[in-house]
Design a protein around this ligand. Structure first.
Ligand code: SAM
Length: 344
């Protein structure tokens, strides 16, 4: 505990106070999976075996989530992302977000969604205080959307993106997982979209994790190959990342309205800069997306644990944060976690 809660001396500013791990990484970002439920069945995310739903009682309640987040913020967490499953399918998500935005010191709350419920909820989410959205969309073709996700919701998502733009969310980032032989022929279409629309199109390298329906190796497409192909459209200019921008490498075509982001967990490990913790929908804290080591916070909460015990559990998780992920070395053997419960 001593080395971790790095509260500076009395002259310290809030910026300086924080959580530092054994490899001198400052941990300031918490990703929270608010539900394991999703209204899509994406072939690369949904497990082969029928996935059992968590019982309601196994999910962290909103009160429990707020308590953990409040404590984490008091320790140095500055940014929270809500994810899932699909976060917008959880009942009363908007009132939860209202309570979240009231936590002192938490000024950066973001949401990752598949966008299906945005046409109904975008206005309420904006009023509740969310400004930054990541919307997942792996294809611009309605029939392919059905093939990838199992649901015919392409136009709803598109309408969701339009609603979010009209209401004023900014930035809006579109997450695309590029899969060889499935949607890689749309790479240039997505890249062109960034020329005309004020969107950041983020290409995420496919990670072989969990027990998804499709096999990883033959589908993997590296960011370098994407960049090389995209450059056939024109020169890409590197954009300097801002502090809270995360691990994406950002580029822009000359004069483009939007930008392109490349997230390369496989080809350009960014573990040395990783500032993240993840809270799973059943209340386990993970220090690495790709390592199954978890701390059971729900157990502490439900056995009348004190705030101090929760703090200690957060510290312990950070102390155990691995230096880097071992996905390639161990052929994924260390990561069996379900994306829907962890939240990506
Ligand atoms: N339902 C929300 C959504 O669709 O954005 C949030 C949860 S989803 C698990 C978060 C992100 O993880 C999505 O952009 C999804 O495409 C991505 N994802 C899921 N499985 C992945 C994998 N094996 N490799 C890379 N990204 C993955």
């Amino acid at each position: 505990m001593n080395t971790i809660i790095n509260k500076m001396n009395n002259n310290a500013t809030d910026e300086q106070a924080g959580l530092t791990d054994l490899f001198s990484r400052t941990i300031s970002y918490l990703r929270v999976s608010v539900t394991d439920q999703c209204n899509l069945r994406c072939i690369y995310c949904t497990p082969k075996a029928i996935d059992e739903k968590l019982a309601c009682a196994d999910l962290l309640s909103y009160e429990e989530l707020l308590r953990i987040i409040r404590i984490a913020v008091s320790m140095g967490i500055k940014k929270v992302r809500l994810t899932g499953g699909e976060p917008l399918v959880r009942r009363d998500i908007v009132s939860f977000i209202r309570n979240l935005t009231a936590i002192p010191g938490l000024d950066d709350i973001r949401l990752t969604t598949n966008g299906i419920l945005l046409p109904q909820l975008a206005g309420q989410l904006y009023e509740a205080g969310i400004r930054k959205l990541n919307i997942s969309l792996d294809t611009l073709r309605p029939e392919r959307y059905l093939q990838i996700t199992g649901k015919d919701y392409f136009f709803r998502v598109w309408q969701g993106i339009e609603s979010a733009r009209e209401i004023g969310f900014s930035p809006i980032k579109i997450n695309v997982v590029l899969l060889r032989g499935i949607n890689d022929d749309e790479l240039l279409d997505f890249a062109r979209l960034s020329m005309t629309e004020n969107l950041q199109i983020r290409f995420i390298e496919f990670m072989p994790m969990g027990d998804a329906v499709i096999q990883a190796k033959e589908r993997y497409f590296s960011s370098e190959e994407m960049i090389a192909r995209i450059e056939t459209l024109g020169t890409l200019h590197r954009v300097e990342a801002r502090n809270m921008d995360g691990p994406a490498r950002i580029y822009r075509f000359e004069g483009a309205s939007g930008s392109l982001g490349f997230i390369s967990p496989i080809s350009h490990q960014f573990c040395d800069r990783c500032n993240r913790l993840r809270l799973t929908s059943e209340g386990r804290l993970r220090s690495c997306l790709l390592s199954d080591q978890e701390t059971d916070i729900r157990k502490i909460l439900r056995s009348s644990g004190t705030d101090e015990e929760i703090r200690e559990a957060i510290v312990e998780t950070i102390l155990n944060k691995p230096k880097g992920h071992a996905l390639l070395e161990e052929d994924g053997a260390n990561c069996h976690g379900r994306m829907s419960r962890i939240g990506g």
